[in-house]
Design a protein around this ligand. Sequence first.
Ligand code: DX5
Ligand code: ZN
Length: 220
Amino acid sequence: MTNIIKISPSILTADFGRLGEAVAELEKCGADMIHLDVLDGQFAPTMTFGPPMVKALKNYTSLPLDVHIMVNTPERIAGAFIEAGADALTFHAEAAIHAHRVVQQIRAAGIKAGVALNPGTPPEAIAYLLPDIDIVLVMTVNPGYGGQKLIPQTLTKVSVVRSWLDEINPGAEVSVDGGINERTAPLAIEAGASILVAGSSVLDASDKAVMIEQLRQPQR
Ligand code: DX5
Ligand code: ZN
């Protein structure tokens, strides 16, 4: 288990007319990677963008692109996001009939394979994926929107998944996504998260660099 905390700002609430600038600014402000939320309007409300946007944003940052696909049948589209240049590709366990095969496909492409769990989904749903994945993304809000409040009981899931990974796949990381701010970051880290996805808390901050640092080194 790593205790290096990585901050992956989400651009879901950024100005969609200037995503390249938003991404470049986040790199300047010290982000460790950029979280790209892909939504198909079916698996979760809202539609955002597809592989062409991932490809385009690669030209605006040298940071790893942490692509989170909230889409039905990710089997269908994972290849296109790999092609587009995702450095980590996280799909939802609830959306894939052949989840393990999607993990194999992502891993075979040499990028990090992540599986996400909605707040209501028990961790048992991914028990048989744990040996083969790089990231478990525990959704701490229901997918679809930025600016929501963290659902407290999801932190218990973070601890459970972290304890399982410590046994089975200690190099894998737990990421939390939704409602992460200066108040909830220390709780998530304490529960076992080492990747913090933060959208509105960073994008709305008066000083993004200070906020990113604060999330990374929370004062208890
Ligand atoms: C929600 C997305 C999250 C969201 C986080 O569907 O997966 O990444 O953008 O936004 P905040 O940090 O504002 O809750
Ligand atoms: Zn996300």
